[in-house]
Design a protein around this ligand. Structure first.
Ligand code: GDP
Ligand code: IMO
Ligand code: MG
Length: 422
């Protein structure tokens, strides 16, 4: 049995889409295991750019089967838009995309509640895609699942039951307009007929494929530091992007996992609120944002930028079991005179070894930095490690040394072909 998991090792937007797309060539199935349309995975090839939110990045390889697992929360509106976008760009989805009948649906009230909560004090800075409220209903056991679309009476009753409570919440707590039950039922019944061809028992599909010796790539969304359990809580997403999430989010056993690759951006970014020890609130941060086009693929928000954070990455490697790294966006650092790596955390004058669990401590972290000379040149057209400027090679080797993990792939542009194996 062979499942390789690809996880984001930081706060998301590491370039997972690009790496999954590249590795899909060798995979029979690519499966998304958590999150929803909060993700934005960008893939560039043949001069065209594709931004995927729900559908696995493997879809761009015509031979690859794609699965949206039970752990994903599906917004049918976003899903239909994405299917149309792909088909309008000449990528056929039918017969290749399989959606778990156990996945939960994002309902319009989830998006309303997400937006309403974000207007309150202490907001997370969510993507507004209804993710938190949908996982909340899942845990509360009132969620509506894809399988519920198959029986209209069940669907009608579940929507009616949910709206009774949600309308009260929306009106009383947030002063928002109530939602009409009948209109929503009609809308979701209509989705049912469109989604129907894709719905299947993906747990069985994946486990049967594994028995036949097929190669499965599990695609994480978000990043380890946004993990609900292990991230910078409460400034996290509402699912488990870490590798363990692949088992629960797909229904595959831990014994099927053969490797975990961590995608690491050569510096750090974060979208939304929450602690960010290496953040650069100066012109260097601005330069990284401009050079790296660091604007959210889903919301267009400015991404906060900072130096690479070794203590955070060591933690990420530990909780994910990352055995190899794909390092992206090395090219972006080519504009800097000198480059820094945060090699340690100091809190209240003491060196801390473990990654702090609470926001108050994380916000007080003082970073210890090591400086490296920049290479001040473009990496355009460079397709081998030996051709990288010596200072860039040294930076990569230092990352490997400090993380005690091999950097197997290096990416030097958004394009599919600009990634090389070491
Ligand atoms: P994901 O959410 O992890 O899939 O990452 P995003 O797609 O949200 O953000 C990564 C961005 O960086 C995208 O715009 C990619 O096209 C781009 N990108 C990926 N790898 C590289 C790289 O090596 N160099 C540069 N300059 N851009 C890259
Ligand atoms: P990809 O897969 C970066 C962030 C949001 C917010 C927090 C919670 O493209 O890497 P949510 O809408 O999930 O309730 O928001 O998580 N966030 C992401 N940041 N990349 C993502 O996905 C993200 N998905 C959610 O900005 O801080
Ligand atoms: Mg992204």
């Amino acid at each position: 049995m062979s499942v390789s998991i690809i996880v984001g090792a930081q706060w998301g937007d590491e370039g997972k889409g690009k790496i999954v797309d590249m590795l899909s060539e060798e995979a029979d199935i690519v499966a998304r295991y958590q999150g929803g349309a909060n993700a934005g995975h960008t893939i560039v090839f043949d001069g065209k750019k594709y931004v995927l939110h729900l559908i696995p990045s493997g879809i761009l390889h015509p031979e690859t089967t794609c699965v949206i697992g039970n752990g994903v929360v599906i917004d049918p509106v976003a899903l239909m838009e994405e299917i149309h976008m792909l088909e309008s760009m000449g990528i056929s989805v039918e017969g290749r995309l399989h959606i778990s009948h156990k996945a939960h649906l994002i309902m319009p009230y989830h998006k309303h509640l997400d937006a309403a909560r974000e207007k309150q004090a202490g907001s997370i800075g969510t993507t507004g895609r209804g993710i938190g409220p949908a996982y909340y209903d899942k845990a509360l056991r009132t969620g509506i699942r894809i399988v519920d679309l198959l029986d209209r009476d069940v669907l009608r009753e579940k929507i009616r039951h949910n709206l009774e409570e949600k309308n009260q919440l929306l009106q009383a707590l947030y002063g928002a307009e109530p939602i009409d039950v009948d209109a929503m039922i009609d809308e979701y019944v209509e989705f049912d007929s469109r989604i129907d061809p894709y719905i299947t028992d993906t747990t069985l599909l994946l486990n049967s494929a594994l028995k036949e010796g097929k190669r499965v790539l599990a695609e994480g969304a978000q990043g380890a530091l946004l993990d609900l359990d292990h991230g910078t809580y409460p400034f996290v997403t509402s699912s488990n992007p870490t590798s363990g999430g692949a088992c629960t989010g797909l229904g595959i056993p831990p014994t099927a996992i053969s490797s975990v690759m961590g995608v690491v951006k050569a510096y750090s970014t974060r979208v939304g609120n929450g602690p960010f020890p290496t953040e650069l609130n100066d012109e260097t941060g601005e330069l990284l944002r401009t050079e790296g086009h660091e604007f959210g693929a889903t919301t267009g928000r400015k991404r906060r930028c900072g130096w690479l954070d070794i203590p955070a990455l060591r933690y990420s490697i530990m909780i994910n079991g990352i055995s190899e790294i794909a390092l992206t966006k090395l090219d972006v650092l080519g504009v800097l005179d000198d480059i820094r790596l945060c090699t340690g955390y100091v809190v209240d004058g003491k060196v801390v070894k473990s990654f702090p669990a609470d926001v108050a401590t994380l916000s007080r972290v003082e970073c210890t930095y090591q400086s490296y000379p920049g290479w001040k040149s473009s990496l355009d057209g460079i397709r081998s490690f030996a051709d990288l400027p010596p200072a860039a090679q040294h930076y990569v080797e230092e990352i490997e040394r400090l993380l005690e993990t091999p950097v197997r792939w290096v990416s030097t542009s958004p394009a599919r072909e600009d990634t090389f194996l070491r």
